[in-house]
Design a protein around this ligand. Structure first.
Ligand code: ZN
Length: 351
């Protein structure tokens, strides 16, 4: 479905009927709602595990190997979950108090083994078993996300010569400051919702739209904007984040002119070499155009899906999704969807 039609929540519910469930079930089925997201850094961010070094991975693209920046799946899920739980406390505390009875609802928590296991967030994202209950399997699947550009083009290392001195970029004998991912860095991400209700689709889209912090929790550096580029429903899971990132880089490389990377005497057999050189050129750029990457991301996602024999009878583009997100600007609308979801999960969380 494209954005020419006026997209509404009701229309979305109707179109997703064959790929969602009226209520969550314990036995898995094959219903997938794949969400294509481009996460864009709006300010410098820290994605690090040891507190200093930027998270990275070496990946193969075309014929070349390159080290790129990495955003762990578990960091994305932890951040989204914190956001979802905070939103629940804001909007549905009263409704949850009623569900829980005499002792009321404690607001749920991020602590493993202490999650309430009764709220819409626990039902969707899963929770480990506590003393008296069984664990709930997560129905949201994330994977590792990678930058399109090379690590050295997107990370800034700072060194402090002596306390009080200005920062320098040169590795001197000074004190190393934590690595920063520069503003403008892009992470193409695919997140998959499996066997969910339409209310859960709306919950996830709204959380993604609201969430703007994926960096180290201790520092809270780095603002992120999530662009939701498409929602694709199928009975099969879509391509991974890495596959999409790789194809984006290749497509950008194809657009680079031969003469920009090769001297004019080059022969036909240098075609592969030319593509390698173009890839390098793309991956070492100072900036990428967000609009260009958005369009390419959507195109390559759909191409990859076709190659993998994934049929999407139902899809929503960025403009259609933004119609939905606009409706969800009104907190009372979000609240009523969550209240409906509390009803949907009643048997699921008590079984
Ligand atoms: Zn909970």
């Amino acid at each position: 479905m494209n954005g020419d039609e006026n997209m509404t929540i009701e229309l979305l519910k109707e179109s997703l009927k064959d790929f969602t469930l009226p209520k969550p079930e314990k036995k898995p089925k094959e219903n997938y709602v794949n969400v294509l997201i481009l996460r864009e850094l709006k300010s410098a961010a820290r994605f690090t595990t040891d507190g200093f070094e930027a998270n990275s991975a070496t990946i193969r693209i075309g014929n070349i190997e390159e080290t790129v920046g990495k955003l762990f799946g578990r960091k994305q899920v932890a951040s989204d979950r914190r956001k979802a739980k905070a939103l629940q406390r804001t909007l549905i505390s009263e409704e949850m108090n009623k569900v829980m009875g005499k002792d009321g609802w404690n607001g749920c928590t991020m602590k493993v083994n202490e999650m309430c296991q009764r709220c819409p967030e626990c039902a969707l994202f899963g929770s480990a078993a506590s003393e008296e209950s069984v664990s709930i399997t997560s129905r949201v699947m994330y994977d590792e996300a990678y930058t399109i550009r090379a690590l050295s083009a997107i990370v800034e290392e700072f060194f402090q010569n002596a306390p009080g001195d200005d920062y320098t970029k040169k590795p001197t004998s000074g004190i190393r400051e934590p690595d920063f991912f520069k503003e403008g860095v892009l992470f193409p991400c695919v997140v998959t919702l499996k066997d969910v209700t339409v209310e859960e689709v709306l919950f996830f889209l709204n959380i993604t739209d609201r969430n703007s912090r994926y960096g180290a929790t201790g520092t809270r550096f780095g603002k992120t904007q999530n662009h939701i580029l498409g929602v694709y429903a199928s009975h099969r899971e879509g391509p991974s984040s890495l596959e999409v990132t790789r194809e984006i880089a290749l497509k950008l490389a194809e657009k680079v002119k031969d003469e920009d990377v090769m001297d004019k005497d080059s022969k036909d057999e240098d075609v592969n070499k030319a593509l390698d050189a173009k890839l390098k050129q793309v991956m070492y750029r100072d900036t990428l155009s967000v609009d260009e990457v958005k369009a390419i991301a959507t195109a390559v996602y759909e191409e990859l899906s076709e190659k993998q024999r994934i049929e999407y009878n139902t899809k929503f583009d960025e403009k259609a999704v933004s119609g939905i997100l606009n409706e969800l600007k009104d907190d009372s609308v979000v609240k009523s969807q969550l209240a409906q979801q509390i009803e949907n999960i009643k048997e699921f969380v008590s079984a």
